[in-house]
Design a protein around this ligand. Structure first.
Ligand code: PGA
Length: 252
């Protein structure tokens, strides 16, 4: 059975105190209530990963994730954070290829393939993000583009490696815009992604969690999560408020 996941992407928000408060509130609200098959992941800024990891203690339902990592092992790369560093503080997940990284930091498929590789090499599961901008959706090129993104950054993996990857479909036009994909649009694209994974990896694709991201909120989460191929969500804005985020978690 596929793992159900609700991940909160805090992006570049919160001070340390605010971050600790948010994490403790989420922990307090969901610790006893999260269904055992649901995994909650907090994608925090780098400086807070360790303190929030410590705050979560040995709770197995909630984990931390980094939002990015370097494609390099180590060395003279000022300002970068390596997979080995993340691993050394016990981080088990990392976002790779979020559309903001693609758009503002010029990260392309070849670079993202390297980031996926180095994360896996260090035993960290990449949460690989893909999704089309508005003009591509409007010209009906979304399926082709997303398939290409998946292919170019993931299809070099072995089936055993792919099993450790989580995919997040995030249409760029829905991120931070309040304009969410309809549950039909989400289901259709998730099915396209799963079928594409199946074309290369066969039945392994049935075990890959595919999350939907883009203006997920307490009001639309239930309907989105009810779709057959939607295995959870990657939540931005609404993950910054503990009440909204826990409502979303509870709706899975
Ligand atoms: P949003 O962001 O929920 O604020 O639209 C989602 C994301 O960027 O991961």
């Amino acid at each position: 059975m596929r793992q159900k996941i609700v991940a909160g992407n805090w992006k570049m928000n919160k001070t340390l105190d605010e971050a600790n408060t948010l994490a403790s509130e989420v922990l307090g609200m969901v610790a006893d209530e999260v269904k055992s098959e649901v995994k909650v992941i907090l994608c925090t800024p780098f400086p807070y990963l360790l303190s929030i990891k410590n705050l979560l203690g040995n709770n197995t339902k909630i984990s931390v994730s980094a939002q990015n990592l370097s494609e390099h092992e180590a060395g003279a790369y000022t300002g970068e954070v390596s997979a080995a560093m993340l691993k050394s503080i016990g981080v088990a997940y990392v976002l790779v290829g979020h559309s903001e990284r693609r758009q503002y930091f010029g990260e392309d498929s070849a670079l993202l393939a390297k980031k996926v590789d180095i994360a896996l090499k260090h035993g960290i599961s990449p949460i690989f993000c893909c999704g089309e901008p508005l003009e591509v959706r409007e010209s009906n090129g979304h399926e082709e583009l997303v398939k290409k993104q998946v292919e170019e950054s993931l299809f070099h993996l072995s089936a055993d490696e792919l099993k450790k990857v989580i995919v997040a479909y995030e249409p760029v036009w829905a991120i931070g815009t309040g304009k969410t994909a309809s549950s039909q649009q989400a289901q259709d694209m998730h099915a396209v992604i799963r079928k594409h994974l199946a074309s290369k990896y066969g039945a392994v694709s049935d075990d890959i969690s595919i999350l939907y991201g883009g203006s997920v909120g307490a009001a639309n989460a239930k309907e989105l999560f009810a779709c057959a191929d939607v295995d959870g969500g990657l939540v931005g804005g609404a993950s910054l408020k503990s009440r909204d985020f826990t409502e979303i978690i509870k709706s899975i």
